[in-house]
Design a binder for this molecule. Structure first.
Ligand SMILES: Cc1cc2nc3c(=O)[nH]c(=O)nc-3n(C[C@H](O)[C@H](O)[C@H](O)COP(=O)(O)OP(=O)(O)OC[C@H]3O[C@@H](n4cnc5c(N)ncnc54)[C@H](O)[C@@H]3O)c2cc1C
Length: 315
């Protein structure tokens, strides 16, 4: 059995977890194992998971918020009850916080940043992104069991024909949390950065946070999520959850639009796996142009109002 850890946002399974099911289905096809999942109760679209190849999903009763220590305990209890060969989860913020703990607790090998699976070979060979996305490497697990943490937007969603997903109950004892949750603010309305198809991002070239209306307008027009470079977040111009790069979030959108960002190596480390990169910068020597698929060399304060105007007219 392959066990997928399903993460939810409000009452829906997150896209990153659907990707994890897609990956598990490919692995299951190769290794002849069925794909099962575990999830906290209260999700309305569980029946749709068969679209991605899930045969059974185990629901467990839970408090409204589960912290990372509780998640580790839940998954290790599920592991001992269900005895899966592989545990698959997304390498998103939840996955990053629990996969290492799980590997130690269950004494299992862990491969993080998984992006693919080698077809046409007899055993399981796993592709992993390395050196901040500059290269990929192929790994083979020495033992038959292991944990695979899948890079968000790394494998994609693959629908397939399937029969209904069976929904079952899983009896788990969740320990009390050692952490007191004081407040929780949900960022609503936008696709989270790690799941966004289009990202509009800006840097210090914007000069002042009051100019971000140009970026927000462009993002609204192309239905994108906004991001920023690190100094922008460090100086409080934008919230920290928008900071992308080596020390921020690593993303793989279909389109990344970088405006007034130099393209320093630490920034590129988090965005250079984007499928298409568009750059607007007034400096023809800006390093970002080397990584760009399309570039406009010019003053963003002249280009953006015209671009937004043209997009508004085209709508
Ligand atoms: C250990 C470490 C980790 C780091 N991690 C990260 C990270 O995760 N993410 C990250 O982003 N950075 C990171 N950095 C910082 C990184 O090295 C750069 O300093 C940072 O990315 C630069 O941000 P910027 O491009 O917004 O600003 P700048 O370097 O100031 O560049 C601004 C750009 O805007 C252009 N510009 C200015 N005015 C205009 C205009 N009117 N029109 C068009 N273009 C204009 C300029 O030509 C320039 O290219 C890290 C650094 C270190 C040492």
């Amino acid at each position: 059995m392959i066990l997928v850890i399903l993460d939810k946002a409000e009452n829906h399974v997150k896209k990153a977890s659907l990707e994890a099911i897609s990956y598990a289905a490919s692995l299951g096809e190769k290794s002849g194992q069925k794909v099962c999942g575990i999830i906290a109760e209260g999700v309305s679209n569980l029946g749709d998971l068969n679209k991605y190849g899930m045969s059974e999903v185990y629901e467990f009763k839970s408090p409204s918020y589960i912290d990372t220590q509780q998640w580790t305990e839940i998954i290790s209890q599920a592991y001992h009850l269900l005895n899966p060969d592989y545990i698959i989860l997304s390498n998103n913020s939840l996955g990053k916080s629990i996969s290492g703990r799980l590997a130690v607790k269950l004494n299992l090998a862990l491969i993080s940043n998984v992006i693919g699976l080698k077809k046409n070979v007899e055993d399981v060979v796993i592709q992993k992104s390395v050196f901040s996305g500059k290269a990929s490497a192929w790994y083979r697990l020495k033992n038959a069991k292991g944990i695979l943490a899948l890079m968000p937007n790394g494998y994609g969603l693959h629908e397939q024909k399937g029969s209904d997903t069976k929904i079952l109950n899983l009896d788990i004892n969740i320990p009390d949390s050692k952490i007191v949750l004081k407040d929780r603010v949900l960022i609503k309305g936008k696709t989270p950065l790690s799941e966004a198809d289009i990202v509009v991002s800006a840097g210090r070239g914007m000069k002042d946070p009051s100019n971000w209306n140009l970026i927000e307008e462009l993002a609204d027009l192309v239905n994108a999520t906004t991001a920023c470079s690190r100094p922008v977040a460090d100086s409080g111009w934008r919230p920290h959850h928008e900071h992308v790069g080596q020390t921020g979030i690593a993303i793989r959108p279909n389109v990344y639009i970088a405006i007034g960002i130099s393209g320093a190596i630490q920034h590129l480390a988090g965005v250079n796996n984007s499928k298409k990169i568009f750059v607007i910068n007034k400096d023809p020597e800006a390093p970002f142009f080397k990584a760009a698929d399309y570039g406009v060399c010019g003053d963003l304060f002249e280009i953006l109002p015209k671009l937004n105007e043209a997009l508004r007219k085209a709508k």
